[in-house]
Design a protein around this ligand. Structure first.
Ligand code: NAP
Length: 282
């Protein structure tokens, strides 16, 4: 019998803990915690993400500073704003919503965010520290997966973990986190041969591919923990994950649904990182 990992419930529990941490910080320092969110242009999905991030801040008592720049903003204008935020003591975390409009140098803009305020955990120093298993701000989605595993009491040490996907924002940090937690980790990607056999050997299988229902029942070991990071559309345009949930679930010990699994944890981990960034700056 499988157990569904309820990302909404974990997210709610974690937000309560974060809210308590924010109160404690304010009592100790007499200061607010601030997150700056920068949105350039008017991409619909990005607007929704930014709105949800601001709502999340309100929920846990973090002050948010939202900056909406027009799509035609110059590289200099965006860079100037990020530099100002980097120097602003009231701002503990800076998030530049991606993707940026074409013509802007994303990497250059992100590189202006100080490591200590990089609440997305995307910068080279944070990624490097993660690889070296040193304290750092970790990318929100994979860190959210780790939190869910931890809160479910799922043992990672010594387990065979397979991560399908090697992006810088999900697959790679996910693999590092599992390795740091003493799993034996295999990372797969589009050039991997015998993907099915590798996945079928996984005690913990994380799918971060971006292909609807790609992980089928024959790729899953009996009793596996299956984590679905994917946010895809099925043939009817309905939101679904990378895992063929209906046919896979009965083989699992634990499985995350889409929606309601990994997704709700991502913004919560941004709030978690903002609190962590503030505490580290003391
Ligand atoms: P990405 O940058 O497109 O990376 C996808 C990875 O999957 C790549 O490493 C790619 O391999 C690999 N891949 C593609 N086709 C494959 C195949 N047939 N077999 C094996 N590997 C294959 O995507 P991403 O940003 O990591 O996101 C992955 C999924 O997670 C997407 O559905 C995205 O929407 C979702 N996501 C969800 C959240 C959330 O909050 N829930 C957050 C971020 C992303 P190559 O490197 O060889 O190309």
């Amino acid at each position: 019998m499988y157990k569904i990992i309820d990302g909404k419930a974990h997210s709610k529990g974690l937000r309560q803990e974060i809210a308590e941490g924010v109160i404690e910080y304010k009592q100790r320092t007499g200061k607010d915690i601030g997150l700056a969110v920068v949105l350039v242009g008017n991409d619909g999905a990005s607007q929704v993400y930014v709105r949800n991030k601001i709502k999340g801040c309100e929920e846990v008592g973090i002050k948010s500073f939202a900056y909406y720049l027009p799509a035609e903003s110059s590289q200099d204008q965006v860079e100037e704003l990020v530099k100002e935020l980097a120097a602003n003591d009231a701002v503990n975390g800076i998030l530049v919503q991606l993707p940026l409009p074409k013509g802007l140098d994303e990497q250059k803009i992100l590189s202006l965010i100080p490591v200590s305020k990089d609440v997305d955990g995307f910068c080279e120093s944070n990624m490097g520290n993660l690889c070296m298993n040193r304290p750092c701000l970790v990318a929100c989605t994979p860190n959210g997966v780790m939190k869910m595993l931890e809160r479910e009491g799922i043992e990672i040490r010594g387990k065979n973990a397979v991560v399908v996907g090697r992006s810088n924002i999900v697959g790679k940090p996910m693999a590092m986190l599992l390795l740091n937690a003493d799993a034996t980790v295999t990372v797969c990607h589009s050039k991997t041969k015998n993907l099915k056999e590798i996945c079928a050997g996984a005690d913990i299988l994380v799918a971060a591919i971006g292909r609807a229902k790609y992980i089928t029942a024959d790729m899953v070991k009996d009793g596996a923990v299956v984590i679905d990071v994917g946010m895809d559309r099925d043939e009817n345009g309905k939101l679904c994950g990378d895992v063929d949930f209906e046919n896979v679930k009965d083989k699992c010990s634990y499985i995350t649904p889409v929606p309601g699994g990994v997704g709700p944890m991502t913004i919560t981990m941004l709030l978690f990182n903002t609190l962590a960034a503030a505490k580290r700056s003391l």
